[in-house]
Design a protein around this ligand. Structure first.
Ligand SMILES: [Zn+2]
Length: 74
């Protein structure tokens, strides 16, 4: 996938969305229109909350494992 604002090309992998947003934020945020800035900020929040959810899920998954292991001992 190619950047809309320059010639940079992004690898089409799992981190594509994050990498692209990070790139826009660093290099092209100034040239976004007001609407695009709003959209960018909304998407950024969504990406962040999704990442937080994954981390939260991983932590809860781990504590479930510990709980089950303790339970099977008794
Ligand atoms: Zn670019």
């Amino acid at each position: 996938m190619k950047c809309d604002y320059c010639e940079k090309v992004f690898d089409d992998d799992d981190n594509l969305v994050l990498n692209y947003f990070d790139h826009i934020q660093r290099y092209h945020y100034d040239v976004l229109s007001d609407n695009e800035k709003i959209m960018h900020d909304i998407r950024k929040k969504m990406i962040k909350s999704k990442t937080d959810y994954q981390v939260d899920k991983n932590i809860k998954g781990d504590s479930d494992l510990i709980f089950n292991a303790k339970n099977s001992d008794t």
